[in-house]
Design a protein around this ligand. Structure first.
Ligand code: ADP
Length: 497
């Protein structure tokens, strides 16, 4: 049995039974699937049900003649292969049938081999047509796969968070994704196609892109990473590589851009922090060192009065260092969101009284008056960590004392404003120039003018205060006038229920 013809359906239409039987026998043996019909009408019926690929059609039949059947069959299925069976007398008709679209013809009577040859030829045509169709489909599928693959890659590159730009060997941009346009401040509808200089303002990066595109770099390890800034302060890092073809030839360059603005800011803050801390630690440490050296060196010559003085200064300096470290730790805790212990109900009158009492000694050394005015009695308690509250008001009152001249006045007022408890720390001291007001809550920021120059501090007090007030859901405000004094107002929400 021939595998290639297996399953191909053939309909034999002939009114002569011998022809039908002989054809059925000869062709079934080689693997075709046979159907027969003795008249035209029947042929059309069988055709509809079985959909044969080949029809052996006798042109001369009683009833509907072969030509009519041929016409109808071709109308239904133009790909049908009709082999006309005809006698000598009707060769003309056979030619006519060929014109009507019949595929081949065989004259009666025929030898089995003749039939096999004609039918096999038709089967071969069917096989070739099917093969061609399969190839066509496969090609279409591959093309559509390629197309999908291409558009998938395009979508992926478009949605990458990093900037991607590709240039060809003449330095023309052939691809630029959305992030890249965004980073380079180009409009989103910017299209590729122009020289790299039209897209990148940084000259060094353009040159690097051009050098790589032209194949200057043999060893990719030599390609430097390039960092540059844009006019709005954005920091970008570019990592560039050549694009290589199949034979490792350079086809252009690919630039990968990363926004490193926040990394840079963090870096700067770290350096500032290290510089500040080193600076703040160095001078008291060297003072302590010198003073201890003097005390140790002079231990033999007993001058207890002088030693006492030196040791007192050393103690003062170590205290300064301890409070600096305390401030730093407080600040980092606040920034990590660790704002203290469990909150509990606190009566602010009592807490403020305690702080004012404690700091009165310090105020009196500068002949200042420090008073607490409770403007509204029986204020509700607030739910907070008492240590956080002590830190807030301790810092504000200490600042008022520090930044107020000898004999000045500091007043702490307590009352309510709407649903909030309001505490004001008012001084008639140096005041703060309006241009610095926004900055005093920044870490390490200290106003340096004639009057504050010689006052030591860390610039960490107010950031800590602000961090703690925020964590309690409160607000801190400041009003100040240079030479007249400052007022720091803290509003704290009262715990409902
Ligand atoms: P420090 O007191 O350690 O310098 P702070 O963060 O507490 O740090 O204060 C930052 C700056 O704000 C101070 O250096 C000072 O110039 C200014 N400042 C704070 N409180 C007052 C005040 N009550 N009057 C005038 N200036 C003040």
């Amino acid at each position: 049995m021939n595998r290639e013809v297996e399953g191909i359906r053939i309909l034999v239409v002939d009114d002569e039974r011998d022809i039908r039987d002989a054809s059925e026998r000869i062709l079934s043996r080689v693997g075709f699937q046979l159907y027969t019909a003795k008249r035209g009408e029947e042929a059309l019926q069988v055709f509809k049900e079985a959909h044969p690929a080949i029809v052996l059609l006798d042109l001369k039949m009683p009833g509907m003649d072969g030509m009519e059947v041929l016409k109808r069959l071709r109308e239904w299925d133009p790909s049908i292969l009709v082999i006309v069976i005809t006698g000598y007398a009707t060769v003309e008709t056979a030619i006519e049938a060929m014109k009507q679209g019949a595929y081949d013809f065989i004259s009666k009577p025929f030898e089995p081999d003749q039939l096999r040859i004609v039918v096999n030829r038709a089967a071969e045509k069917i096989r070739l047509t099917r093969e061609a169709k399969n190839l066509e489909q496969e090609k279409a599928r591959t093309l559509s796969d390629l197309d999908t693959e291409k558009s998938r890659m395009r979508t992926i590159i478009e949605s990458l968070p990093d900037g991607v730009m590709v240039t060809n060997i003449s330095g023309q941009v052939v691809l630029i994704n959305l992030s890249c346009k965004h980073m380079l401040k180009l409009p989103p509808d910017t299209t590729p196609g122009r020289p790299i200089q039209d897209y990148v303002s940084d000259e060094a990066l353009c040159n690097l892109g051009l050098d790589i595109s032209r194949g200057k770099y043999v060893d990719y390890g030599d390609i430097p990473e390039h960092e540059f800034t844009l006019s709005d302060g954005t920091y970008l890092r570019a990592i560039a590589q050549p694009v290589l073809g199949e034979r490792k030839e350079c086809l252009g360059a690919i630039l990968n851009l990363i926004d490193i603005t926040s990394m840079k800011a963090l870096d700067r803050l770290k350096s500032e922090f290290v510089a500040k801390v080193s600076h703040e630690l160095r001078s008291p440490l060297s003072t302590i060192h010198e003073q201890i050296a003097v005390v140790v060196g002079d231990l033999v010559s007993s001058q207890p009065q002088q030693h006492q003085h030196l040791l007192a200064r050393a103690k003062e300096k170590t205290q300064g260092l301890i409070s600096l470290i305390g401030d730093l730790l407080d600040l980092s805790r606040i920034e990590e969101g660790i704002t203290g212990r469990e909150p509990k109900p606190v009566r602010l009158e009592e807490l403020l009284k305690g702080i004012v009492d404690f700091l009165s000694t310090r105020a009196s050394t500068k002949n200042q008056t420090l008073s607490l005015d409770i403007l509204l009695e029986n204020l509700p308690e607030i739910n907070a960590d008492p240590l956080a509250l002590e830190s807030i008001f301790g810092n504000l009152i200490t600042n008022a004392i520090t930044y107020t001249q000898e004999g000045g006045r500091i007043r702490v007022e307590l009352d309510k404003a709407g649903i909030n408890i309001r505490v004001k720390v008012v001084d008639n001291g140096f005041g703060i120039d309006e241009k610095y007001i926004d900055k005093i809550f920044d870490r390490f920021y200290r106003v340096k003018d004639e009057r504050t120059r010689y006052i030591t501090g860390t610039g960490l007090g107010l950031p800590i205060v602000k961090g703690l007030v925020d964590s309690l859901g409160g607000i801190i405000e400041v009003t100040s006038s240079l030479g007249e004094g400052s007022t720091f107002t803290v509003l704290l929400p009262v715990q409902q229920g």
